[in-house]
Design a binder for this molecule. Sequence first.
Ligand SMILES: Cc1cc2nc3c(=O)[nH]c(=O)nc-3n(C[C@H](O)[C@H](O)[C@H](O)COP(=O)(O)OP(=O)(O)OC[C@H]3O[C@@H](n4cnc5c(N)ncnc54)[C@H](O)[C@@H]3O)c2cc1C
Length: 597
Amino acid sequence: MFAGYPSVDIADLLDTYDYVVVGGGTAGCVLANRLSRDVGASVLLLERGGIQDSWISRVPLFSSHFASDGSRSWVTKSIAQGHADNREMEIIGGNCLGGSSRINAMLYTRGLPAEFNAWTKSGSWDYRSMEPHFVKSESNLDRKLDSEKHSGTTGGEWVHRSHNHLHWVHSEHIIKATSSMGIPYVEDPNSPFQPAHGCAKLHYSIDRRGQRCSTFAAFLPRQLALSRTHRLHICTNTLVCRIELSGGSEAGAVKSEGVWVKSRNDSTPPILIRARREVIMCAGPIGTPHLLLLSGIGPRDHLKDHGIAVKKDLPGVGSHLQDHLTVPVQFCVPVSDSLAKIQLRPWIILKELFLYLFFGLGLLLSPVLELSVFIQSRLLDKEFNVSSYSEHDMDSSNPENRPDIEIMPVRSGDITYAHTDTVQIAWGEVNKHRQGGLCFFTVMLRPTSMGTIRLNSNDPALPPAIDPNYLSTSHDISAHRKAVRFALRLKDRMVAQGYPVVTYSAPDFDSDQEIDAYVRSKCQSTYHYSSTCRMGPEHAGVVDEDLKVHGVEGLRIADSSVFPEILSTHIAAATVAVAEKCSALLQGPAAPEPSIV
Ligand SMILES: Cc1cc2nc3c(=O)[nH]c(=O)nc-3n(C[C@H](O)[C@H](O)[C@H](O)COP(=O)(O)OP(=O)(O)OC[C@H]3O[C@@H](n4cnc5c(N)ncnc54)[C@H](O)[C@@H]3O)c2cc1C
């Protein structure tokens, strides 16, 4: 008989498990899979959202937050951002099994070796030690000879691939224009041998059938979950309210004993579930610090202000929030070179459905962003060309060479981006102008602004106070100015090449003042929050290099909150690698080491 997905009701949970994983998101699904491989271990995975699996939720084009019904998303507002026209920014994360990997844009980017070599100052992590943890879970369907030894082949669960050929005419123009500006084309952006900057063809977490390969689909598919029901309990629609800690300040060493959980479907009081070995936090860059604060781990004065008993004074909790801020610069392009063609000519969707269902091809694979341009702005001359550079500048293992600007050319003015605050060439405009949209999202990759996650109230069901503190340093505003100018020069090059692109939304004049005003009024998040429980020594960080929370026994963190600093790329791939590393740490030296193919 057909069995549904094996989710365990909160009333049927055991009193004690060996491991309790908090948050069934991107990282949590990986941990649940790896820890439950051990037939002798019992594992509980707790997720506040539901399973929310449907065909539509697996079709790449329809499954990102921007094109879906919001049922898999958690959406809230930041506090007003003083350096961004006092706007409250939209904050988005996942709220279902698979977490943000169910609603993100599926971009699979490992980042340069330089990213992880920069983490060395916070511990012993570097690219060499991280590479096996990427390789362990990935299957790269576009394996290239030069990266064979450094890339997962067919063994891993988490599949990624490019869209093979380029769908859009303007992509060819972008490659040509950036190359004329001294920026090379990079075929495989996940190769450790790529140059330190370039215009790169992107990879997506899409499986062999053309479906979104979220960490839910990859690591906790129904068959696997069913085969492990005796040792892996997956409990959804369940809110973790706080961590149960024994000891503390005067009472000696702090130890994590388990977690308090309650159903989101009724008002029964929370119950305590104990962890025999460890509690592993995977509630994400907002949920994890929020739960630590509610449990009495965090900055002493802040906890006291909220009447919470201080178990461990750890100032780094919820501090050092980083994100990639983006400013959209928008253009009109021919309808045929944009997803607007589906909006204006609905019958095209029938052709695309046919292509997708029978051949796994076409626009339903969501090629809204097929290239990205990664730039080291220090190498740009006055004309925004990279006119000279040395071999040293292209060394992708050197942290000094991490790119600080990304230009993401996204087909806006179409169904995928019609829902965002600031990108609004939506249905009405598309029809009025009979034009498609192309948006250059200019992203600042190395922000120096840092924000905080703090308590708003002691109710775990209410969002914390999120203050990304965007654009609070002069470095960040001037980096954005450069990024916007670069985007406009790139567009000029495309026009000079004969591509018909017309500005729709951009600063009116090329003055610093005008561009800064545009940046402050249009900027928005790319939802890459990180570093809110970062790895580092106790005075500056929250976890040590074994991902153990400083001064608390039996508690680790294994999600994107532990990044010592934000990466200069999209961060889901590294989140999975961190979770893989955590599982290797937990399973000890006896656990089989991931091997490089
Ligand atoms: C719209 C969007 C687009 C993005 N696009 C990309 C992209 O294309 N490529 C890329 O690399 N990155 C992208 N990112 C970023 C990337 O997806 C995330 O950084 C990454 O997935 C975070 O993983 P995580 O495990 O740290 O957190 P999450 O995946 O967010 O998981 C946290 C989980 O914990 C659960 N949780 C939280 N609090 C509690 C609680 N109290 N009790 C129980 N459960 C709880 C949540 O419901 C969630 O499922 C995007 C993000 C978003 C939101």
